[in-house]
Design a protein around this ligand. Structure first.
Ligand SMILES: C[S@@+](CC[C@H](N)C(=O)[O-])C[C@H]1O[C@@H](n2cnc3c(N)ncnc32)[C@H](O)[C@@H]1O
Length: 316
């Protein structure tokens, strides 16, 4: 059984409609749940992931589907380069299943969880700044800013103050240590339905992995790389991500009222680079929501690439 239950799989396959001869990029390989299903429908898959620990899953897939699968280790921002490197001539679909995998969450040593003690890391890859670097080095302002913006933490200033005070005595190195300091700063659990550190951990994870910047870069690369008629499917798990996907598709399908604040004039004269596959976002059915709690916040948006030139930079 896969260590990660793929979310909205049937809906994603319907949106992507992969068939024999098609080339699909699975930009978030993970344990390969989507990839295997796409391969089973006869398409070729170029899988991407920034996490080196997915390699054993990729080896298994390569064994089961020889000649139709390759994994390229890259963040979304390298999608266009990875496609060029693959040697394929056309691209019929791109799918993103944003966020962390169950494997990443379950491995205490990755440092994503405030429930399990581990090093304060939170990197999906093995490069760049860790969560420990951020909480030990960033100033009060930027820390409070990400807690508010990425975590929706109402008491972001209070948490940042507690972190700065504590780190002058001893730097943070462990997840549970940080979770305790955050919990204390927020006045304990007080019967809260979620752990008080949930929002701060989410914010750190988004900042460490530049998740929103990566999503924008990925959408832009998919637009630049998909062939006319190619399908784009994006699954997100929180409102910040969904807002970016919705804004991107609203704009690129020519439905943004008054155009983009980045290119107010150009928008009116540009031809839509995408057509919606369906209106709005699709969500998981009750059975999937019950079987897999991760599916409860999942949203799928999908579109088809038109013949029009790519618009380029994504609106914020
Ligand atoms: C939710 S899991 C995908 C699960 C997969 N659909 C499956 O069925 O097994 C997300 C995966 O995407 C990867 N990922 C997330 N953001 C990424 C990014 N910006 N660039 C490349 N990979 C990313 C993570 O490392 C993780 O393995």
């Amino acid at each position: 059984m896969s260590p990660h239950a793929p979310v909205l799989l049937a809906e994603v396959l319907e949106a992507l409609a992969p068939g024999p001869g098609d080339v699909i990029i699975d930009a978030t390989f993970g344990a390969g749940g989507y990839t295997r299903a796409i391969l089973a429908m006869g398409a070729t898959v170029i899988a991407l992931d920034r996490d080196p620990t997915v390699q054993p899953h990729a080896d298994d897939v390569a064994n089961d589907f020889p000649g139709r699968f390759q994994l390229i280790r890259t963040p979304f921002s390298g999608l266009a380069g990875a496609f060029a490197e693959s040697g394929e001539a056309k691209l019929d679909g791109v799918v993103f299943d944003i966020g962390v995998s169950s494997m990443q969450l379950d491995q205490a040593e990755r440092g994503f969880s405030f429930m399990r003690d581990g090093p304060l890391d939170m990197r999906m890859s093995d490069e760049g700044e860790t969560a420990a670097d951020i909480v030990n080095e960033w100033d009060h302002g930027p820390l409070a800013h990400i807690f508010k913006l990425y975590g929706d933490e109402r008491q972001s200033g209070r948490v940042a103050t507690a972190i700065l005070r504590r780190r002058t005595e001893k730097p943070f190195t462990r997840t549970l240590d940080l979770a305790e300091v955050v919990e204390k700063a927020l006045g304990g659990r007080r019967g809260a339905p979620i752990h008080p550190a949930t929002r701060v951990f989410q914010a750190l994870r988004i900042a460490v992995n530049d998740e929103l910047g990566e999503l924008r870069a990925g959408l832009e690369a998919a637009e630049a790389t998909l062939s006319p008629g190619g399908r784009l499917a994006v699954v997100t798990f929180h409102s910040l991500e969904d807002r970016i996907v919705k804004a991107f598709l609203t704009e690129r399908t020519g439905n943004a009222p008054g155009g983009s604040r980045h290119a107010p004039l150009a928008v009116e004269t540009r031809k839509p680079s995408f057509a919606l596959r369906f209106k709005g976002a699709r969500e998981a059915e009750e059975a999937e929501r019950t079987a897999n709690p991760r599916a409860r916040s999942a949203k799928l948006r999908a579109a088809v690439r038109t013949e029009a030139p790519a618009w380029g930079r994504v609106a914020a």
